[in-house]
Design a protein around this ligand. Sequence first.
Ligand code: SF4
Ligand code: SF4
Length: 298
Amino acid sequence: MKGILFDIQPFSVHDGPGIRTTVFLKGCNLRCYWCHNPESQRMEPELCFKSNLCIGCGACAQACPKGGARFTEHCDACGRCAGECYAGALSVTGYALEAAGLVERLLRDRALFERSGGGVTFSGGEPLLQPEFLQEALTLCRQNGLHTAVETAANVPWARIEPLLGLLDTVFCDLKALDPELHRRATGCGNRTILDNIRRLGEGRAAGRQVILRIPVIPGFNDNEQELSRMADFIRALPYSPQVELLPFHGLCSAKYAMYGRTYAAEGLKSPGTEELRRFSGLFSGIQISFKGMEAFT
Ligand code: SF4
Ligand code: SF4
């Protein structure tokens, strides 16, 4: 079974225990306006243009069967322009790979996983949008004794999550907002399915997995005591005790949006400071919580 990937990143240290290789699957069914990975959102491959490398030779336009369709609706990411771009300014992001081929590649890092207590993390985009591929890849990882984790926004039916749980050691799940309208405005989608799935992550086959809820702290969206307190109450009422990570917004991805012919809707927003994060984390009393650069504290 083939999956559509856009990156395989070795030496990851923020996506689970130890040193990990993170596999990024393409495609997402949310459109969070602050998204740091614009190239993850569409399922299909897409053209990437690094304007700083372009020497203006015009070879791309000549090669294009659509008459120079870059970043228009007519571009089908055929990649012919990239093939003619000797300056390396053009490339196609996204490619298909068999699960068996992927795991063969992942096993090259096995010694590193064993020494560091690491493993493999499937991220995205939303990896659960490619469930058959994910199931096959996770099964092969398990058969080879690799520690496995997934990063999901959980905006999929529970029936798609449940069969994978026996193949996972760790589940990272986003929690963006409790208020359904706020969630819809910021991501394009309500949060009922997501909240139901998070509740169920402590049930049945899911029981015993390490669950880490990740809360992105986004200025003007959920960076207020009212919304964060609601999230803390929701977490305290869960039938299990997940860890929580606060992920402060950073706006370091504007250039990436430009490379894909898009504009960044969160341009100019200011990252929350350490003091602010410390204050927010105080709202989560009784919950094991951490944020980047800080030790976990309760
Ligand atoms: S990827 Fe293909 S269709 Fe798109 S601009 Fe390049 S040559 Fe044209
Ligand atoms: S869920 Fe993640 S990948 Fe999808 S749009 Fe939101 S931030 Fe981006």
